[in-house]
Design a protein around this ligand. Sequence first.
Ligand code: FE
Length: 144
Amino acid sequence: MYKYTQVSDTKYVLSLDNHVEIMTALAAFCKECDIYAGAVYGLGAISEATFRFLDPATKQYVDKTFAEQMEITNLTGNISLKDGEVYLHVHVTAGRRDYTCVGGHLLQARINGACELVVENFEDGFLGRRFDEETGLNLYEFKN
Ligand code: FE
């Protein structure tokens, strides 16, 4: 699903395999390396992606899938812990063939080409999550 190398005490560089789904591969990597607090950034090329938009007025999610070849011009996100599992919060901006961009909160994306990520492990830090009624979001929950 991916290859990786550890480049410092806290940083890893990942090369995801072609045609894998990015969120699935990233979650598997975090589990393998025991990373439950951290950050991720990267780029790549994809043939399909589903973005999520939360309407703050209604707290309703609107999901939209783009089935076309796109360049990930930016992927940025964070890694935390919710209900004992790795919790990924990732946003993506993707460039289309006509050089316009679409983007949003990433639900899933299929690689078609390459995807190169840097993952930083916050090691002893604790980043929890809890559902917040007011915003309808899973917000950070810190120990201190
Ligand atoms: Fe988000």
